[in-house]
Design a protein around this ligand. Structure first.
Ligand code: ADP
Ligand code: GLC
Length: 495
């Protein structure tokens, strides 16, 4: 089948979170299963044009009552065969994308022209297909920035009177995070070049505003999200971010498919970022990684203390308030009361960056690094004994899966994909591969970390057994890519 991935992020070019990993590694897995996949993303300023090949000629995109002119660049996705590369296309537009930032910059996290930037991008996708004379069976759109693609497909490209090249193309919209919807003033709608009837028909209307994700959810042929549990949760008022009604309305077309992980990049037996590679057969490398991690973060030598690692975006979604909130978060008391060490890597909300820095200077067993580092995130996964993810909600979550295959036991909230992937420790049977808690409160985080540390000092044989159990779990994309293949078939049948 021919599949076009439409996304605002894809590794190795543009990443703010797991969306970028998922788009590229799912595409690779689908290619391996015989599908023909192409990816399209914007050519952000940080993506070096010198490393890409420009397609000849300019490309006109019908938006804003006229035409915007853009260029198209391309290159192969790393890891695909030279003879049959998976082509990635970059839509280049100086005014919309010739600036720092994907969605915004720290002082302006959401660019005011984002509705136009991503409307333009989604419209450009169809022109790209014409330009390369390649018409996909499936347009697979990811999250709100790509949500206009299914809308344009249904209300422009497949509408009566259209040119018809996309008459047999179906769409799938994947929700990676319902917390981001792309809600803007409805004055921006004219730019799409669709009639006002479509504004209501396609479901843009949202309390007199324009909601891009909502329109995508109404317009795509099928919908899915990145874990079965999150698919259920998003249909409830508690985690539906006001769109639970829409998802219940479309529940016959809505399902959950667990993300996989890229087992070439995230594999302790192959990892170039750790001092020595390791596997279930030879775990010596894990102890070396722990030593290296201590050194890297300047933690004092501590014979037997476990290390708790954390790598995260600092946003409310990740439960950072309950952990680091000034005067109520539990990180301080965890580090004060328990015989453990903690390393932290992350960036995001300012208050939280400051708070973790301040904890770092006040506690000898807590060390934080603010910033983004692929390399360091691998060392943390390998060198830690436990990995903490107290997420408020978590559509899938990749780090708990990375942790499991690195023999690092996740301590996670019982929500979304975390609940689907982490089996809770049973201290009588000695089973499980991690530690789960239900309520997101500072006390619950404190208690659960305490439970893990208790097991560390009193049930070490359970810890070792759990490590090995986790490392043997299979989170490769193969199974999930097959499920996507089946879902694409369903999309086509729905036409
Ligand atoms: P989300 O997409 O909600 O942030 P995921 O767990 O799906 O959560 O994916 C997060 C991805 O981003 C992981 O690959 C994680 O290692 C990476 N990541 C997040 N913050 C950092 C950071 N500061 N440095 C390196 N990698 C990071
Ligand atoms: C989002 C979610 C995360 C998920 C990722 C990839 O960023 O927050 O849970 O793993 O998308 O699907």
């Amino acid at each position: 089948m021919k599949i076009l991935m439409v996304s605002s992020e894809a590794v190795p070019w543009a990443k703010t979170g797991g969306l970028a990993d998922t788009v590229s590694s799912l595409s690779l897995a689908l290619e391996k299963q015989g599908h023909e996949v192409k990816i399209v993303i914007p050519r952000y300023y940080s993506i070096d044009r010198g490393k890409l090949t420009q397609l000849p000629g300019a490309m006109g995109v019908p938006v804003g009552g006229g035409e915007e002119w853009s260029a198209v660049y391309t290159t192969a996705l790393p890891g695909t065969p030279k003879k049959k590369p998976l082509q990635v296309y970059f839509i280049d537009h100086e005014i919309f994308f010739g600036r720092d930032g994907i969605y915004g910059i720290p002082s302006q996290p959401d660019f005011p022209d984002n509705p136009r930037r991503f409307t333009f991008f989604c419209r450009a996708v169809f022109q790209l297909c014409r330009k390369i004379d390649w018409f996909p069976d499936i347009i697979h759109a990811h999250d709100w920035p790509a949500a206009m693609a299914p809308v344009f497909l249904k209300f422009a490209e497949r509408a009566p009177g259209s040119a018809g090249e996309f008459a047999k193309t179906a769409s799938l919209l994947t929700i990676h995070n319902l917390g981001y919807q792309g809600i803007y003033h409805k004055d921006n709608f004219w730019y799409a070049g669709l009639g006002w009837d479509v504004f209501y028909h396609a479901g843009f209307e949202d309390w007199n505003m324009m909601n891009l994700l909502k329109a995508g959810l109404y317009s795509a042929d099928k919908l899915n999200t990145v874990s079965p549990n999150y698919a259920e949760e998003t249909k409830t008022q508690a985690l539906g971010f006001r769109l639970d009604g829409v998802l219940r309305y479309r529940s016959a077309d809505y399902s959950g498919i667990l993300n996989g992980i890229d087992t070439n990049l995230w594999n302790p037996a192959k990892d170039p970022y750790i001092p020595r590679k390791y596997s279930v057969k030879d775990m010596a490398g894990k102890a070396l990684a722990k030593e290296a991690l201590r050194k890297e973060f300047g933690l004092p030598p501590a014979e037997d203390a476990p290390i708790i690692g954390m790598v995260t975006r600092l946003t409310d979604q990740k439960g950072v308030g309950e952990l680091f909130g000034p005067s109520y978060g539990s990180a301080w008391s965890i580090c004060r009361d328990m015989d453990l060490q903690m390393v932290f890597l992350g960036s995001g909300e300012h208050w939280c960056e400051n708070e973790t820095k301040s904890l770092s200077s006040r506690l000898s067993n807590f060390k934080a690094r603010i910033g983004y580092s692929e390399e360091m995130s691998h060392l943390i996964e390998a060198g830690s004994d436990f990995f903490l993810m107290p997420s408020r909600y978590e559509p899938c979550g990749l780090n708990q899966m990375y942790s499991l295959v690195y023999g690092t036991l996740p301590i996670v909230r019982n929500t979304g994909g975390l609940a689907d992937t982490v089996e809770n420790y049973d201290q009588d049977a000695g089973t499980g591969a991690g530690f789960l808690f239900d309520d997101l409160t500072p006390q619950a985080i404190y208690n659960t970390v305490g439970w893990a540390v208790w097991a560390w000092y009193n049930r070490r044989h359970h810890i070792e057994a759990m490590r090995l159990r986790g490392m043997k779990l299979d989170f490769s994309w193969e199974k999930s890519a097959k499920k996507y293949g089946a879902l694409y078939e369903e999309c086509l049948q729905s036409l």
